[in-house]
Design a protein around this ligand. Sequence first.
Ligand SMILES: Cc1ncc(COP(=O)(O)O)c(C=O)c1O
Length: 387
Amino acid sequence: MKLSARSKKIQPSATLAVTALARELKSAGHPVLSFSAGEPDFTSPPSAVSAAHEAIDRGETHYTANSGIPELKRAILSYYKAHFGLEYAASELIVSNGAKQVLYELAQSLVDPGDEVLLFAPAWVSYAEQISMAEGKPVAVDTVGSGFIPEGDVVRRAITDKTVGMIINTPNNPTGVVYGPDTLATLAGLARAHDLWIVYDEIYERLVYGAAKHHNILQIAPDIRDRVIIVNGVSKAYSMTGWRIGYALGSKEIIARMDALQGNLTSNASSIAQWAAVGAIEGAEPEVELCRAEFERRRDMLCGMLSGINGLKLLSPDGAFYIFLDVRDTPIPDDIEFCRRILEDKHVALVPGAAFFAPGFIRMSYACSEDDIRDGASRIKSFIESL
Ligand SMILES: Cc1ncc(COP(=O)(O)O)c(C=O)c1O
């Protein structure tokens, strides 16, 4: 069978690959602790689960409007008004099978062959793959030297006459960094000056800790509304990764293009999952806060346990549920080798930073039990000390 050149270029998701390997080792009887997951370990909120049951009982088991049921659209639009003071019309919103599909549809709708798209590295694995699938060129702007925050001058230097847009992700996967108003204003200014679009992925917006505050970029620069597409979903805030509900808010024009693509790709997201998302958005605020507070407690515990380990450096993350460890000064500065060795020797699964354009770093998720965090941190310590 002849495979397409395009399909051969697609790299499997590195994070999913580590999770699968860890699962395999575990089922073969190895005492594996996996810190590779990109999902909360809590169960979905009761309001989501009961809304799904009720939807099934009512027979809501058919195709829905391609871009989402009106009830979910209303819930999302009210949420954005209440949380960010942003007003959108139903025609400026599309619901898809997870934010991942939203981002894919955006890449297909915004990127022509040869177009350059700025990413701020370390950057989430799938952005670059999706841009490449659209035959565009992902351009990773390094933020390692500036505390994982993009600096205006550095970003400006990466802009060429082929640059069409940038993807901003805050709170950030994999670093946990939350961009402040000044950074957002700088990036908005660059988009304005160079006529770029911004895909604003704020899927971790509910997970911020301590004094950190998340801002939507349109609260900082409302005048760029037409060039911004907001990406969000219920996966992370409501512990609903398996339901696959994500959405985009943007101009009518871009949403119509995504709608046309989605209509030929998957049609609507699952009718039952859409009802579950209504239940979550309208009824699960207490659970969101409980999970956020629990993540904050785990973050503090993990940072405390990992600080002071010889050669290992970390920046306490302000958001999401990842900690990005700098292993460049340990006896194994190569992140891929570090992850391979610690999985073999100590049965600890971590994701190499190379998967995020950040060699020399590793990502550790703290979306797991307190016991696993304690055990994992002490295995990491004894691994480094044994080298
Ligand atoms: C930064 C970021 N964006 C988008 C997604 C996709 O989320 P989902 O497709 O579950 O909505 C993820 C999931 O890991 C993510 O980390």
